[in-house]
Design a protein around this ligand. Structure first.
Ligand SMILES: Cc1ncc(C[n+]2csc(CCOP(=O)(O)OP(=O)(O)O)c2C)c(N)n1
Length: 626
């Protein structure tokens, strides 16, 4: 295994910009690839991150920077989780050890970080549109630089990629699309497109056979004659042997491939050809996710996005609590409900393991649907199923559900269809940073008519809410954070309606907190004469309890793990204003929160225990109740 040799990084250390790369011969580039892999494995083993995707794209990224002239030429990485190699080749080797740390370099391309990062990404399937926009801008501004979009076969399942191809194909502008095909999204790729690419992938064997045969034939005169005719026939038979090329070519993109994405010379020459074509072109490279690190090759799904792990064994360094994650608790709870309710189905958009629904897929494969990275389709698909009497549960991370806002409104809420949205990774998510924060779901769901929003403060509440939600004859979202809520908070009350829970007496100052913030608030309030309410339901409000609280309070303080603009607190503040009461809203700021641990992010937002306590003591002092 790579790891056994000491870290000799002679070549990588000398690369301060892609310019140096161009002077290296094939042998040196081969060695560089191996050095990069060592750094990737070591750094991700310490900091966590997206390992398998980066190991798979080492040679292709080297070829990109060998052929194209960045930063004048632009490379847009779809999702961006596979940009570590690009970062190492563009002068960020020294900082690479700070990957995903507070104040360190981002795990995704970031324009603010480097002139070589041409476009910020994080969500899938945006690269073609963004790159094409850059190309159009370049042409309008009289520039001739190349623009390249690098997209995986997983991200190519997203609808935006097709909307872009539709436009690119008609334009004839020379966008270069690199399709990095490793036959995996996070889990195995799904859908008809995956079958199509499978067919093309098989043909790589045909390509290698062809190159080999023609080389041999050229050794004799008769052979040369045969080879020339074979070459002529090649294009004619190509469409019989490789009918899948037609898919891209009929959309107006020339097709080059499939190419072995680990052969730097072959990929470089394909990129050169693509550049000379001066038309939209797709270069199809075949790569292996996790390449060069045995544990990642064997289990690329586990090493897609991984917490710090032991390099020798590939075992994750577990947190010591041993508690189940909220996603696991949700997945198990849902399975139990599905055992007794045949209407219950689950839909995921390429995130079966992250959302905890893998056991559901194993037990009820005919009631579980992975639609690929297609959140909009997932939601409207659920709407159709609900309209016919099923009870779909759509499990999507808060940040990715943003994609389907119109579908939730137009296809679900307006028709009041009974769908349960399991909104995982709500609130701050930690090291993935700005693009992945689940900061906006309260704000965007609050505005939807006929929507109920549940927000558990404990895992027990999460389970009860799920049972309650499946019985509701209306859309309902349950939002819960990454990691683990407390198993139970004292004074747990069963959830049979939309009531809130008073956790203490009422005083002059009362806090209404929700979700993960309830436990933090409780600790922050210890010893203070301040009331605490667990707002288990963000919409509709518990009008009865709210009236009592407003009646009794001089100041109402809301605390939510969501954006302050247009959130839960803003809605409560409006009611406070109507009744002449002072309201203070604590929530996430109106500026994106960068990568760090969740605890560090809470602290930087003044939302950790200490920050909340200080804020509340200030209020108590102001009203003379200190
Ligand atoms: C809109 C959206 N939904 C879900 C995700 C989560 N996600 C991150 S990477 C990924 C799979 C990407 O697969 P692919 O494009 O093939 O890249 P690979 O990692 O295999 O190289 C998914 C589903 C996302 N980033 N964006």
């Amino acid at each position: 295994m790579l790891m056994e040799s000491p870290m000799e990084l002679d070549i990588l250390k000398g690369i301060t910009s892609p310019r140096e790369l161009k002077a290296l011969d094939s042998e040196a580039l081969f060695k560089l690839a191996s050095e990069i892999r060592k750094v990737l494995i070591k750094t991700v083993s310490e900091n966590g991150g997206h390992l398998a995707s980066n190991l798979g794209i080492v040679e292709t990224t080297i070829a990109l920077h060998r052929v194209f002239n960045t930063p004048d030429d632009k490379i847009v990485f779809d999702v961006g989780h596979q940009s570590y190699v690009h970062k190492l080749l563009t002068g960020r080797y020294e900082e690479f050890r700070t990957l995903r740390k507070e104040g360190g370099i981002s795990g995704f391309p970031k324009r603010e970080e480097s002139k070589y990062d041409s476009f910020n990404t994080g969500h899938a399937s945006t690269s073609l549109s963004a790159a094409f926009g850059m190309l159009r801008a370049n042409r309008l501004l009289g520039r001739n630089d190349n623009v390249v979009a690098v997209i995986g076969d997983g991200a190519l399942t997203g609808g935006m990629a097709y909307e872009a191809m539709n436009d690119i194909g008609q334009s004839k502008l020379p966008l270069i699309v690199v399709l990095n095909d490793n036959n995996m999204a996070i889990s195995s790729s799904v859908g008809a497109l995956s079958h199509l690419l499978n067919g093309m992938r098989t043909s790589i064997r045909y390509q290698l056979f062809k190159q080999h045969t023609i080389k041999h034939l050229h050794r004799t005169r008769f052979g040369r004659f045969t080879a020339v005719h074979l070459e002529r026939m090649k294009n004619r038979i190509k469409y019989f042997l490789l009918p899948n090329n037609i898919f891209f070519e009929s959309l107006g993109l020339m097709y080059i491939g499939p190419i072995d994405g680990h052969d730097i010379d072959a990929v470089s020459s394909a990129f050169g050809r693509a550049m000379r074509m001066d038309r939209p072109v797709i270069v199809h490279v075949i790569t292996q996710k996790g390449k060069g690190y045995a544990p990642a090759e064997q289990d690329p799904e586990k090493f897609h996005g991984i917490a710090p792990f032991d390099m020798a064994t590939g075992m994750v360094k577990k947190n010591t609590s041993g508690q189940k994650s909220n996603s696991e608790v949700f997945g198990e709870g849902l399975l139990e409900i599905a055992d007794s309710d045949e209407r219950v189905c689950v839909i995921t958009a390429a995130m079966a393991s992250g959302t905890g629904v893998k056991p559901f897929f194993a037990k009820y494969p005919h009631r579980a649907f992975d639609v690929g990275i297609a959140e909009e389709h997932a939601v409207t698909l659920a709407a159709g199923m609900a309209a016919e009497g099923l009870r779909p549960v759509v499990a999507i991370y808060s940040t990715f559900l943003q994609r389907a806002y119109d579908q939730i409104l137009h296809d679900v809420c307006l028709q009041k269809l009974p769908i349960v949205f399991a909104v995982d990774r709500a609130g701050l998510v930690g090291e993935d940073g700005e693009t992945h924060q689940g900061a906006y779901d309260i704000a965007y769901l609050m505005s939807l008519p006929q929507m109920t929003i549940l927000s558990p403060a404990s895992q027990t509440e999460l389970l009860y809410m799920l049972r309650y939600a499946v019985k509701l004859e209306a859309p309902v979202a349950i939002r819960y954070n990454r990691g683990a809520l407390p198993v139970e908070i004292d004074g747990f009350k069963e959830i049979t309606d939309v009531s809130w829970q008073k956790l203490d007496g009422l005083f002059d100052v009362n806090v209404i907190a929700t979700g993960r913030m309830v436990d933090i608030a409780r600790k922050a309030l210890l010893g203070l004469r301040v009331g605490l309410i667990n707002a288990r339901v963000l919409k509709p409000f518990d009008e009865d309890l709210l009236s009592v609280v407003l009646e009794r309070s001089k100041v109402v303080i809301t605390i939510e793990d969501g954006i302050i603009m247009g959130g839960f607190g803003a809605a409560i503040a409006r009611l406070c204003a109507e009744r002449g009461k002072r309201a203070i809203c604590i929530g996430l700021p109106d500026t994106p929160v960068a990568a760090a641990s969740v605890m560090q992010q809470l602290r930087s937002c003044g939302m950790d225990e200490e920050g909340i306590r200080n804020r509340i003591r200030k209020v108590l002092y102001e009203i003379g109740s200190d």
